[in-house]
Design a protein. Structure first.
Length: 338
């Protein structure tokens, strides 16, 4: 035991001596380096660069203005049927839409700017109203940010005051997409049973897919999920078509002329912009019911798809999914006479 203890002490002493020598050597090298380089104009070390670009600037909208509701009028110029008639020029399909929107918002922090989103839209005729006084506010400038922010910046002559209520009207026009985004066109074939020899004819419908941030392609809006608002929609569509949206049509829907009719929809609950939705299809589209104990659910499709039973699974699973999420989150699906 004493012998082992002596060996351990020897190792400890040697380790301490080596450590002291190493530290002394490093200090000596540092001193010599300082002496040798004193007064020399040395080359600066190289700048290390990276191929990774810096992060983009803040993409979030300021919270100085918070939307409360939208009044939206949309007019897709789409043909759902293009009929070929003898001695009559067949119209070309058109993939344009026009419309206007009025967003009602409250000011939470004094500002002279409105920032919202717009992408791929031609926006014009801005009008700003102070709803508390009923007086208009002059618009100084409208600027589209040509970057990934998709900001539409509106500068006014005056100041939005905290606690005040205002509205912004904008007219716009855009293109119906062919790529399942924003407002897009979809095609399907239909058998013409009235023809002597049954023929296959092409049909068109328009529908929306606004997730995750495609509402800005349909109308100028505060396109962030937490900036929820209620929506009141009016759709102008061809007389032989049917329009559907988040809520039921309201009684003030009417025929405009021999080509067009207007369908108004009841106000939605407050919701994110990406949940806003509508479709325009042939008037013969039908539905099947799959209601829960509380909620009426209708699943729409082409008549032949309903007759063939292709809609039953979607209808049944929708009711089950709704009941599951009501139980999972402990929240009842909010009804507004849907």
């Amino acid at each position: 035991m004493p012998k082992k203890s002596g060996v351990s002490k020897g190792f400890a002493v040697a380790f301490v001596v080596l450590t002291v020598c190493a530290i002394a050597g490093m200090i000596s090298m540092m001193v010599v380096y300082e002496i040798q380089t004193n007064g020399l104009n040395m080359t600066a070390p190289p700048i290390i660069t990276t191929s990774t670009p810096p992060p983009p600037p803040c993409m979030r909208l300021p919270r100085s203005l918070i939307p409360e509701s939208y009044d939206i009028i949309l007019h897709p110029h789409l043909y759902t049927i293009i009929k070929e008639e003898v001695n009559v020029t067949t119209p070309n399909q058109t993939l344009t839409f026009t419309g206007n929107s009025t967003v009602h918002f409250q000011c939470h922090q004094d500002t002279t700017y409105i920032f919202l989103h717009s992408l791929g839209l031609n926006v014009f005729a801005p009008r700003v109203i102070d709803k508390d006084t009923g007086s208009p506010i002059k618009v100084r400038s409208v600027k589209h940010h040509e970057d990934v922010s998709h900001f539409l910046e509106i500068n006014v002559d005056g100041r939005f005051k905290a606690g005040g209520n205002y509205s912004l009207f904008l007219a716009f026009e855009g293109e119906i997409s062919e790529y399942l985004e924003a407002l897009y066109v979809s095609k399907y074939t239909e058998t013409n049973k009235e023809a002597v020899n049954e023929t296959i004819e092409e049909r068109f419908l328009a529908a929306t897919n606004l997730e995750p941030t495609n509402a800005r392609r349909l109308f100028p809006c505060f396109d962030e999920p937490d900036m929820k608002a209620a929506f009141r929609l009016k759709v102008i569509h061809r007389r032989e078509t049917k329009a559907l949206s988040n809520t039921r049509p309201s009684p003030d829907s009417y025929i405009l002329d021999e080509d067009w009719k207007l369908t108004s929809f009841l106000e939605t609950p407050k919701m994110s912009t990406y949940l806003f939705a509508f479709t325009i299809s042939q008037d013969d589209f039908t539905y099947i019911d799959s209601s829960t104990s509380r909620v009426n659910i209708r699943t729409y499709a082409r008549p032949e798809a309903v007759e063939a039973g292709h809609v039953e699974y979607a209808a049944k699973i929708t009711a089950k999914i709704l009941e599951f999420y009501e139980g999972h989150f402990g929240l009842k699906y909010e009804m507004k006479d849907l």
